[in-house]
Structures are given as structure tokens and as C-alpha cells.
Design a protein around this ligand. Structure first.
Ligand code: ATP
Ligand code: MG
Length: 156
């Protein structure tokens, strides 16, 4: 665990997806509140969380759609992370066990090889290790929105 700026990590991860998004005419939007403190977390694990969520969002969003990651302060000493897309969203029946076992529907069902399906389980496990929880927000309008809160670096 070490302190780092989540906004720096997000820019880095967005760069990885730039080509994929561009090829699909999608916008990657970083909506970052000013003056956010650093978080204390495992950098490599947190990268995995962002990569897995953004990968899903890019695959789910339509051509010309948006993937938005929002970083905002939450209470005292937390940063709220929301990853939102403009895809079809996730049916309530799927949502129930989404973080517990592999799920193959939606964009995944359209693929020929059904390897994987562990992305969200890994996100869930990593966030638990950080005493956080991944949540699927109730659907409002288009798309899926996943949210979690990370603890900030504790001041002196
Ligand atoms: N943003 C999203 N919009 C719509 N459906 C989603 C979204 N994220 C996940 N899903 C659904 O949840 C399933 C599980 O996601 P998960 O990331 O665990 O696996 P995967 O993306 O299929 O495979 P992997 O992440 O291992 O490449 C997906 O197959 C898809 O049906
Ligand atoms: Mg995935």
C-alpha cells in the first residue's frame, strides 16, 4: 500500500484504451474534481480494477458512445470512483451474482471463445482487500454504472 493520485493512474489507464475507443468512435471522459488528495492503495491492483471496469465499459458502449470515469470526494477521507458507459446496461437478474461467478451474456455471449468472465470477480476481490465494495448503481437512463470508494492518505 502506498499513496498516489488516482487521477494520474486514470490518465495512464485511459491511454491504454485510447486506440480501442478511437476505433469505435467512443469518447473517454475523465470527470475529476479539483484538489483531490492521494489515496492509499496497492497501485498495481488498483490499475487492474480500472482496466477491468473500463474494458467492460468500452466493450458495452455502442459505436460513438461514451465511457466516463468520475472522481469525487466522498465524506471525510474518501474518493468516490464511478465508471459509467452508454451501453445497454445490466439486467437486474444478471446483477444479482455479477461479482460472484462468471457471467456470459451481453457482449460476452457474442464472442466465440468464452474464456474469462472473471473481470468483475477480480474487481470485487481487490476492492474487498482495500476494505471497499464494488456496487452496480441502479440503472438510470442508458448504460451501466459501477461505483466504489477508496480511502485517502491519512494526514499527519
Ligand atoms: N459495462 C457493462 N455493460 C453491460 N454489461 C456488462 C458491463 N460490464 C459487465 N457486463 C456483463 O457482465 C459480464 C461479466 O463481466 P466480467 O468483466 O466479469 O467478464 P467479461 O468481461 O465477460 O470477461 P473478462 O473480463 O474476463 O474479459 C459480462 O460478460 C457482461 O455480460
Ligand atoms: Mg470484463
Amino acid at each position: 500500500m502506498a499513496p498516489f493520485f488516482l487521477s494520474d493512474l486514470l490518465q495512464d489507464v485511459f491511454q491504454k484504451f485510447e486506440l480501442a475507443a478511437e476505433a469505435r468512435g467512443q469518447r473517454l471522459v475523465a470527470d475529476i474534481a479539483p484538489g483531490l488528495p492521494r489515496v492509499t492503495a496497492d497501485l498495481a491492483m488498483m490499475e487492474r480494477v480500472l482496466v477491468n471496469l473500463i474494458d467492460n465499459a468500452v466493450r458495452a458502449a455502442p459505436v460513438g458512445g461514451d465511457v466516463t470515469v468520475r472522481l469525487t470526494p466522498r465524506g471525510r477521507g474518501g474518493i468516490e470512483v464511478t465508471v459509467r458507459d452508454t451501453g445497454p446496461g445490466i439486467a437486474p437478474v444478471l446483477a444479482e451474482h455479477l461479482f460472484e461467478r462468471p457471467v456470459f451474456t451481453g457482449y460476452a455471449a457474442a464472442q466465440e471463445t468464452r474464456s474469462g468472465g472473471f473481470g468483475l470477480m477480480i474487481v470485487d476481490r481487490i476492492l474487498r482487500l482495500h476494505e471497499s465494495t464494488i456496487r452496480l448503481l441502479p440503472q438510470s437512463g442508458a448504460g451501466a454504472a459501477f461505483q466504489f470508494v477508496l480511502r485517502c492518505e491519512t494526514g499527519p
